[in-house]
Design a protein around this ligand. Structure first.
Ligand code: DAH
Length: 357
């Protein structure tokens, strides 16, 4: 039988020579596996007398530890080398110019969403969020739309299957529930917009089952209708990038506002193109009003102390208007040709000083 020291140098040499994890594992099995050289020698211990066994056993255990350590060290260095090789391979030079064939574009909804955030952000509004799957309370009840209210039918709600207690979750039909969620977790003054996805069971040229709205909410002790008008007028001028826009505030009805108003802006059609801010045609762009005292109370605030306005606007709708896009359904068809035509450069981020579009 080979001397232990000789076996040790053989095994260590084999460990060092292993070029990858599989080869290293072969060495491990050949030395420490059930039928490995070290294990075989362990089996001979039984036949030795006690003194001899003690010395030989210690020596063998020491050898076993040495080989196991050498394998662990080799394994780590093999893993590191493999990682180094992978990193070297996957290296991307971010200083290289964009390759035109890989250039993506920003969807008009994302673009307009960002434009809206920029404009209201500049006026001091924060961005709020809420869940897409809502309870009946947040989507309707807290907004002063009780069980039998006709507004429920108008919303074409997607309902989930009833839970054990009979209640049903809904896909939110508007961004207005974010008003309640915001009131619950803040103390006035509140100044937020809530852009987000909304859902209704509806589909034609101007309706899709999923669409986008932006909600606005301002609550403090003094905010009044005059502030609402100013705010929306400034928004429209900035968004449509025009110096003047006429606005018409038409009395309307929403359960969550009192008084309620629908807002129209003036436009004309020149050579088949819609021009906002010129001419004497009117187009509705949003709903708004003073937040109903019941809604303020449902949000956990005191309607005798707190007042303010809210509005809700269709993001897809103002995107169609601003960028002359005729059919809403195309927004969500992921047609590359459409995206190339109506999309925006990813490097051209909308900002007020730098220009929105
Ligand atoms: N939630 C309304 C809808 O989806 C839009 C709306 C109207 C929101 C008036 C408001 C508002 O905050 O004040 O039809």
């Amino acid at each position: 039988m080979t001397e232990l020291s000789e076996l040790e140098s053989q095994l260590i040499a084999a460990v060092d020579a292993a070029g990858d994890e599989a080869a290293l594992d072969d060495v491990r099995v050949s030395a420490l596996g059930k039928k490995g050289t070290i294990s075989e020698r362990m089996k001979t211990l039984g036949k030795m007398d006690p003194e001899e066994r003690k010395a030989a056993g210690q020596a063998l255990n020491a050898l076993k530890d040495k080989v196991a350590d050498a394998i662990a060290i080799r394994s780590t260095s093999l893993k590191n080398a493999a990682l180094e090789a992978r990193l070297a391979n996957e290296f991307d030079d971010v200083t290289l110019p964009v390759r035109p064939e890989l250039k993506g574009s920003v969807h008009p909804v994302s673009q307009v969403w960002e434009e809206v955030v920029q404009i209201f952000g500049d006026m001091g509004f924060a961005v709020a969020e809420g869940p897409h799957i809502e309870t009946d309370w947040y989507n309707f009840g807290a907004l002063n739309i009780p069980e039998d209210h006709p507004a429920r039918q108008e919303h074409d709600t997607f309902y989930f299957n009833p839970k054990e207690d009979g209640s049903r979750m809904v896909l939110r039909t508007h961004t207005s529930p974010v008003q309640i969620r915001t009131m619950e977790k803040s103390t006035p003054p509140i100044r937020i917009i809530a852009p987000g996805r909304t859902y209704r069971c509806d589909s034609d040229q101007t309706h899709t089952p999923m669409f986008h709205q932006v909600e606005g909410l301002v609550l403090d002790e003094t905010t009044h209708l005059g502030h609402l008008k100013w705010c929306l007028e400034e928004f429209c001028k900035a968004f449509f990038e025009v110096d003047q826009v006429k606005m018409r505030f038409r009395a309307s009805h929403f359960p969550f506002t009192e008084p309620s108003m629908e807002v129209d802006i003036n436009y004309s059609v020149e050579n088949g193109q819609v021009k906002i801010g010129t001419g004497n045609k009117w187009m509705e762009i949003l709903g708004s009003g003073m937040v109903h005292p019941k809604v303020i109370a449902a949000g956990g605030l005191d309607p005798d102390k707190v007042q303010g306005f809210a509005f809700g606007m269709g993001i897809d709708r103002i995107a169609m208007l601003k960028y002359g896009i005729p059919d809403l359904r195309a927004f969500f068809e992921a047609d590359l040709r459409w995206l190339r035509h109506y999309g925006f450069s990813a490097l051209n981020v909308p900002t007020l000083p730098g220009g929105l579009s």
